[in-house]
Design a protein around this ligand. Structure first.
Ligand SMILES: [Zn+2]
Length: 241
């Protein structure tokens, strides 16, 4: 249960591992394995696994802690597996992005400074192409216009165990009609968030992630998440109850 975790500090191992994984992923477009970690920052197997577990508790990574090699599935803004968003840099595939909201945030990672990132995604219901171009945390273009992020998991269930299901629930839709159809397809309801509001939502993370080596562990607070969206005019009634 990773809600209601009391504040804690990451160990030096966790901080070093987090920084290395971010640097490695930005450079290579994929995550490092144990040998890569060991050769770069000197941690042995036990210290690597324990550090990943702590980073998962602080909502920084998604790992399968029961796997002997502690499979690294996500370290937002990146995903190890084919996700909703592909990132291209200089017209070459770079990496899979963690979710639709990370498509808005990823260009703020320090190694991507002044680089133009093309994010390729699709409407969740009909798979129609959606393309964003982002640079220095500014959306330079969005095609087609009017695209929204659909969030089909209640914040009360974000990070029950890991943040994986939260990321899975953040998808692009073309408009309200397509959002309605997606909701029928997955038998869920969700909020619809414009990209400017989405940017405001992710800013608190995007502006410190990798910029601040000591960025503290995250905490999941469902009420404050809902307030953030409601206060910006998003209809959150589907989360009432
Ligand atoms: Zn659609």
């Amino acid at each position: 249960m990773a809600q209601n975790v009391p504040p804690f500090d990451y160990t030096d191992d966790a901080l070093a591992l987090r920084q290395f994984v971010f640097e490695y992923w930005c450079e290579h477009g994929r995550g490092p394995n144990f040998r890569n970690v060991h050769e770069a920052i000197g941690l042995d197997r036990r210290r690597i696994v324990q550090a990943y577990k702590q980073l998962q508790l602080g909502i920084t990574v998604v790992v399968n802690a029961d796997a002997q090699n502690c499979d690294l599935l996500k370290i937002p803004p990146f995903s190890s597996f084919p996700s909703q968003v592909e990132c291209y840099i200089d017209d070459r595939f770079h990496s899979y992005i963690g979710c639709a909201s990370e498509a808005v945030a990823v260009s703020n990672m320090p190694p991507f400074r002044d680089k133009e990132l093309r994010l390729e995604s699709w409407c969740a219901c009909c798979l129609a192409p959606i393309t964003l171009v982002s640079k220095n945390f500014v959306l330079e273009s969005v095609r087609p216009e009017g695209v929204m992020v659909h969030i089909s998991a209640s914040p009360w269930d974000w990070n029950n165990d890991t943040m994986g299901s939260m990321c899975d629930a953040m998808n692009f839709v073309l408009d309200h009609e397509h959002a309605d159809r997606y909701e029928r397809q997955v038998s869920r309801r969700g909020i619809r968030v414009t990209l400017p509001v989405m940017k405001e939502f992710v800013a608190s993370v995007a502006e410190v992630r990798m910029w601040d080596y000591h960025w503290p562990p995250g905490a999941m607070n469902p009420e404050s998440v809902i307030d953030v969206f409601r206060s910006r005019g998003v209809d959150t009634t589907c989360w009432d109850g």
